[in-house]
Design a protein. Structure first.
Lengths: 489, 93
């Protein structure tokens, strides 16, 4: 019987594979056994790719046996959010409208992880088309928080976050349009990063809001985030918004030092709008970094509350345009009873989309319609310019900006389902980062009644390295990231 | 500003989306609440700010070279496929 590597970090597993303490096939089999045992409770996966994973593991074993495998991520199991295309596999986006859709091509980010030797275990659950903060908006089922299955894992990448937190995968990929990696990372007690807009190719990521979407990593530690980031970043000629900026070796940033680092904290995110337990954990995290040589101070970001309105105008506007392609003509669900073409489209979309997606399509159509464009869309674009400007000003004074990732603790399933606005308002700390296209890293900083709390570090454009350095320093003197959910045992 | 049922019907037509009549009051109330909240944008001073989306980078262009497309699985994903075409309900009588 081989030693269990469930819930271990990349470094530990890599050493074990290299020294042939465990074979890659055994490692993958261990993870599928664990998925079989715990996923009926967590419900992180929409589909599994066991045959392909074991086939790839056998190839990896041959390389390890020859001693020719040196790639740090080779053989490591990874979970993929089901809005990233893998040729020949179903890509549902958590939606009935794409329930039977088979992707005709592979996302660049998937090609990159394959080239790094990572082994995809399956596709994870999400809020439909990545619209939501709890993964309850999936058309198929709700994912549960591995720390307490009465609670949501966050969203929209809740399946990916829960898969890592429950030990079903070592790493995962998600997408983040307004906090969809960072918020579930915080609620599930793991690390998650939204890289700078353009750092990672969006080719093959099903579009929600193209000017805000970004693919990013989940892991148990910042060290593992850096390794996965190394694998996925870089320019892609298939995505004209992907950056040509040079990609550093992010593991070089993993030196535990924050001496002289200046941290800025928006005053508004130390106010009573933040849950007292979250605030206490956040201030403790700031003081921990201070004890390591950093300084922190507050600054005003008065337009924070307006950021939520700005986002919920711009993102639905882009979504209403992006989702117009799902019309029942070329792919996806079609109503077969409709008499004419227009009825067929309206009925297909009415049946195929869930309530949150319909709400956002309607909102987006409203703010783009003549008569309301200037009052909503144009104003929101101006507000986005203002947010970017305020971040630029803040970064003249500070090296990084810190906030609680979510102002509230994880909530129970169904708690906000009838009040979408209350769910939107909980994105207050993560949304501005997408509006400004900045990188953001969420890391665990405490627990309250057994539920995890996370805090967020925001960096300058393309300065993921400073976030990784700060996060790594924090994790060398704290052990929140070493704690595992009950379902990860 | 009040959001009316007629306006909702207009939006449904614009977005090619069907809702059952029984669902409309619920959507109407939720959209009204969200739009009311968005009024807080009016309290932000936006004078002189650009409404253009500015980016920090130029758009890299690739060479104009024809690339081979993979099999787009058109037939496999089509709701209705006939004689190499997507079949849709009749448009003209």
């Amino acid at each position: 019987m081989s030693t269990s590597f469930i819930g271990k970090t990349v470094k530990t597993i890599h050493e074990a594979l290299k020294n042939q303490v465990i074979t890659c096939t055994q490692l993958i089999e261990q993870h599928f056994s664990h998925i079989q045992a715990v996923d009926p409770q967590v419900k992180a996966f929409l589909s599994l790719m066991k045959d392909q994973a074991l086939e790839q593991a056998a190839k990896q074993d041959a390389l390890f046996k020859q001693g020719s495998e040196t790639r740090p991520l080779a053989g490591i199991p990874i979970a993929i959010k089901d809005n990233l295309c893998i040729q020949g596999s179903k890509t549902t986006c958590g939606s009935k409208i794409l329930e039977h859709f088979v992707a005709p091509y592979t996302a660049t980010v998937i090609e990159k992880i394959k080239a790094s030797g990572l082994i995809a275990l399956g596709k994870t659950n999400l809020d439909e088309f990545a619209m939501g903060s709890s993964t309850e908006n999936s058309a198929f089922f709700a994912t549960k928080n591995p720390w307490n299955t009465d609670y949501v894992p966050g969203g929209s990448s809740g399946g990916s976050a829960a898969a890592v937190a429950s030990g079903q995968a070592v790493l995962a990929l998600g997408s983040d349009t307004g906090g969809s990696i960072r918020q579930p990372a915080a609620l599930c007690g793991i690390s998650g990063m939204k890289p700078t807009y353009g750092r990672v190719s969006r080719y093959g990521l099903v579009a929600f809001a193209s000017s805000l979407d970004q693919v990013g990593p989940f892991a148990q530690s910042v060290e593992d985030i850096a390794l996965l980031l190394n694998a996925i970043c870089g320019h892609d000629s298939h995505d004209s918004t992907s950056s040509t900026e040079a990609v550093p070796d992010f593991t070089q940033a993993l030196t535990p030092s924050v001496q002289g680092l200046k941290i800025g904290v928006p005053t508004q995110l130390l106010s009573d709008t933040v849950d007292p337990a979250v605030k206490a954990a956040f201030v403790r995290a700031l003081d921990t970094l201070k004890a390591q040589g950093a300084t922190w101070d507050t600054f005003d970001m008065n337009e924070l509350e307006a950021c939520v309105s700005t986002y919920y105008i711009l993102a639905p506007a882009e979504a209403s345009a992006n989702l117009s392609r799902f019309d029942g003509v070329r792919y996806g669900h079609r109503n077969t009873q409709a008499q004419g073409l227009h009825d067929m489209m309206a009925l297909s979309r009415g049946e195929g989309f869930g309530p949150e997606v319909k709400r956002r399509i309607l909102l987006g159509t409203y703010v783009l319609s003549s008569g309301y464009y200037d009052a909503y869309y144009a104003k929101a674009q101006q507000a986005r310019t203002l947010v970017k400007h305020h971040f630029s000003q803040a970064f003249k004074q500070f090296d990084v900006i810190a906030t609680p990732t979510s102002p509230s603790l994880p909530f129970k399933l169904g708690e906000h389902s009838e009040n979408p606005l209350s769910m939107y308002l909980a994105d207050i700390a993560t949304i501005p980062v997408n509006l400004a296209g900045l990188p953001g890293l969420s890391i665990p900083c405490g627990f309250h009644e057994g539920l995890p709390i996370g805090f967020q570090l925001i960096g300058k454009h393309f300065d993921e390295a400073t976030l990784l350095k700060t996060g790594h320093t924090y994790q060398t003197v704290t052990d929140y990231h070493l704690q595992r959910a009950p379902l990860c045992q | 500003m009040s959001f009316s049922l007629q306006e909702l019907d207009h939006l449904l037509a614009l977005s090619h989306l069907h809702l059952e009549d029984s669902e409309k009051p619920h959507y109407l109330a939720q959209l009204q609440r969200i739009l009311d909240h968005m009024k807080n944008l009016s309290s932000v001073n936006l004078d002189g700010l650009s409404a253009e989306l500015s980016t920090t980078q130029s758009t890299p262009l690739r060479d104009d070279v024809v690339v081979t497309q993979p099999d787009l699985l058109l037939k496999q994903n089509a709701p209705l496929w006939e004689a190499g075409c997507f079949r849709v309900p009749r448009l003209l009588e």
